[in-house]
Design a protein around this ligand. Structure first.
Ligand code: NDP
Length: 620
């Protein structure tokens, strides 16, 4: 079957639900999981076998001479964020830049994550950037990891990013030098790069974290993180994950997030015994993934991808407009599709944002109930089915889709172990894990335990120190939260640019959001270079005003704090500081317009400019 994206009807959701009772159940389940240590519960080994395990297992680190040079821009990262920032620099005419990347190639998460079954869970026609410019057509609706990393390489080649790229290189410190109006960029390869501008393009999912399970270091079997898959141990390869070395092995997987649900069906198929150690059950919908219909491709008109991303954004976040048809038609857009059908039936009355949110909330309860009832239809063992049910609102955890996850629990070799009572896996011994007083021997432990998404910034970036003007530490400066103008620049940190979820617009297609940030940053850098501006930073007044603009969105943070179980989205219920905490409430379109107007005025409004550029010298 091929797929022609088209208008789809609202879904049928269960009608007979008790919303106040559900609300109470959600609250109870949240309280059950709350851990006061927040993100500190995770284990970050500094040395030893587990630390070594986080090195690159895919490509050897080749020796190279340290570099000492001056460049215009250091782009810190080679995932989609770094790639797109560099593409935007090229388009803006800036050529003296380098991507500096810890991995052995471009790709970011799509380089590191090679676990069996890896796919994007956003539709590839929206998620993969620059489809029209590269002429690439994804092979199916949800691309495999190999296809996505291949696309990263394709873009990097097309835009000439390999020439300047420094792979297997981790930036260790960034120091602003007022005397030369440049950043000293020091790396773990001994490089000393003096860059006029730096772009922080690390991406949100680049550093794995291990679960803080007591005894983890005592376990004598094999352990690896899902983002460092060891095919030598499991058999198979990234391209062909036939895990034939597991047929006599007992395997436990920690976690039931987006990663684990893709891995578990493969483990179930190949391993002798599989233990899925679940703390919080995720929501998992169906996942039809047909090949791309060539006839549909022929119908696409220039500008189709942007139009589709905008339609997806309305479907997943801001709400459909009268006359919209849902082009993506999947679980991400279901709530707004159903709300839109109700509004259309009433002739699209004018409603307040509060009414819209109330309609969404009501629909949310119904959709989540649909997910729960779906489990009863698939999983044969009633007790297991019950344990697999998610009790939270749709956006509290990343919504997932898989056709093979739930059926895997019907296999006799797959065991669901509910570790919620101990708020995580109780303990590891030399031989296995302990649950309710019993030791379960295992040969392999796979930690699908996530990434430093909302952790402290030094953990996320792996950079020991970032010193702006007057040796001010960025980590100290932002200790109580972000302070920026438009989410891209901060006072006291001249010529340093930020990307990601920092006080900006929030877009349903993450990669495109980062692309547009890259566009804005590249504009500022190219204009600064053209106009002989040696340093740009926001004025105190403009930055303070922007922080005030962000303030109302803390209501969203409160929702994540008070109604959702712990996860990286709410900083594991610790102090809510970073990531999605603050964004432009009027919506992404309005945010884009604001930046477009700002660029159009050409006046660097709200910025302090230091003119009198000194030319960049050649390497030496
Ligand atoms: P997550 O952070 O989403 O999940 C980590 C899992 O580990 C959770 O189930 C967590 O439980 C569990 N865990 C952590 N510590 C313990 C412990 N001590 N005992 C038991 N369980 C524990 O990580 P993922 O790698 O799954 O996903 C990260 C993000 O990466 C996704 O949200 C998504 O944004 C992205 N991703 C995207 C994919 C795609 O597009 N295809 C695929 C994979 C990932 P609990 O929930 O209780 O905290």
């Amino acid at each position: 079957m091929t797929r022609t994206p088209s208008k789809c009807p609202p879904t049928q959701t269960p009608g007979n639900i008790d919303i106040p009772a559900l609300r109470e159940k959600y609250r109870e389940e949240r309280e059950k999981r709350f851990r006061s240590e927040g993100q500190k519960q995770y284990f970050r080994p500094k040395s030893g076998v587990l630390a070594e395990q986080l090195a690159d297992p895919y490509k050897p680190v080749l020796p190279r001479a340290a570099i000492s040079e001056e460049i215009d821009v250091a782009v810190l990262g080679g995932g989609f964020t770094g790639i797109l920032a560099s593409v935007q620099l090229r388009k803006a005419g800036v050529t003296r830049f380098r991507n500096i990347e810890q991995a052995g190639d471009f790709g970011g998460v799509w380089y590191w994550n090679r676990y069996p079954g890896i796919q994007c869970d956003n539709e590839s026609y929206c998620y993969l950037p620059l489809l029209e410019e590269t002429g690439f057509v994804p092979s199916k609706r949800f691309s495999d990891g190999t296809e996505i990393q291949g696309h990263c390489v394709r873009i990097a080649r097309q835009f000439g990013l390999y020439d300047g790229a420094l792979f297997h290189t981790q930036v260790k410190s960034l120091r602003w030098d007022e005397s030369i109006k440049r950043w000293h960029v020091s790396t773990d390869r001994g490089d000393e790069i003096r860059a006029r501008f730096v772009i922080m393009a690390g991406g949100p999912l680049n550093r794995p974290k291990l679960p803080g399970i007591p005894g983890l270091q005592d376990f004598k079997g094999q352990v690896f993180h899902s983002a460092r898959w060891d095919y030598g141990t499991t058999g198979g390869s990234w391209e062909s994950p036939v895990l034939d070395k597991l047929t006599d092995k007992r395997v436990a997987v920690v976690g039931t997030g987006a990663t684990a649900i893709q891995i578990v069906p493969y483990l179930g198929k190949y391993a002798r015994e599989v233990y899925v150690l679940q703390r919080t059950p995720p929501s998992v919908d169906a996942r039809p993934n047909p090949p791309t219909d060539p006839d549909w491709v022929k119908t696409l008109q220039p500008g189709w991808q942007k139009q589709r991303q905008e339609n997806f954004h309305r479907g997943a976040m801001e709400g459909f407009h009268p006359g919209d048809s849902d082009l993506v038609c999947d679980f991400w857009t279901e709530i707004n599709r159903n709300v839109a059908a109700k509004l259309a039936a009433q002739g699209w009355p004018a409603i307040t944002p509060e009414t819209f949110m109330a309609m969404r909330e009501d629909e949310d309860f119904h959709v989540m109930e649909r997910f729960r009832r779906r489990i009863d239809e698939i999983v044969q063992d009633k007790a297991t089915a019950e344990l697999l049910k998610p009790w939270f609102r749709f956006h509290c955890k990343r919504p997932l889709s898989s056709d093979s996850y739930y059926p895997t629990f019907n296999r006799p070799n797959v065991h669901l172990i509910d570790v919620s009572a101990t708020k995580g896996v109780e303990r590891l011994t030399e031989h296995g894990f302990v649950h309710e007083g019993k030791e379960y021997p295992i040969d392999l432990l796979i930690c699908a335990s996530g990434f430093e998404v909302t952790s402290d910034l030094d953990l996320r970036w792996g950079i020991d120190e970032i010193q702006g003007r007057d040796q001010q530490s960025l980590y100290d400066y932002w200790a109580d939260g972000y302070k920026t103008l438009h989410g891209v620049v901060a006072r006291g940190f001249p010529n340093q640019f930020f990307t990601g979820y920092i006080q900006g617009g929030l877009y349903a297609t993450t990669v495109e959001q980062f692309n547009r940030q890259g566009h804005h940053i590249a504009h500022i850098i190219s204009e600064a270079l053209k106009q002989g501006i040696s340093a740009v930073e926001p004025t105190q007044q403009a930055q303070d005003a922007w922080v005030q603009v962000m303030a109302p969105s803390t209501a969203f943070s409160q929702y994540m704090q008070s109604e959702c179980p712990p996860s990286y989205l709410n900083n594991e219920s610790g102090k809510f500081r970073y990531y999605l905490g603050e964004f432009y409430l009027a919506g992404f379109t309005a945010f884009e317009q604001l930046l477009q107007d700002w660029r159009g005025q050409g006046a660097f409004e709200g910025m302090e400019l230091d003119r009198g550029i000194t030319p960049t010298r050649k390497a030496g």
